[in-house]
Write a new protein. Structure first.
Length: 83
């Protein structure tokens, strides 16, 4: 139940950032699925799709193994370049 609360808080924290809402929804869902070895194996294609979509297409490096508290906000979801 706490993870559902985390999703709600993340959604509020990223209210004006649809990309942040999408990434955090995926992240929290996969974080729940990785709690069990069986669910991890069953949903392995989803974990791979997350990595491709979030890291490669959206440019956000947020591994699904990371532990993050509720209300996490993504302000700048792209790589920064030093000039």
């Amino acid at each position: 139940m706490a993870s559902i609360w985390n999703i709600a808080q993340d959604r509020r924290a990223n209210a004006r950032n649809p990309k942040g809402v999408l990434v955090m929804l995926w992240f929290r869902t996969l974080h729940l699925l990785r709690q069990s070895t069986v669910s991890f194996i069953l949903f392995l294609p989803l974990f791979i799709l997350y990595r491709i979509t979030v890291e490669w297409f959206l440019g956000i490096e947020l591994p699904w193994k990371t532990r993050i508290g509720p209300g996490f906000r993504i302000d700048h979801g792209q790589a920064l370049m030093r000039q």
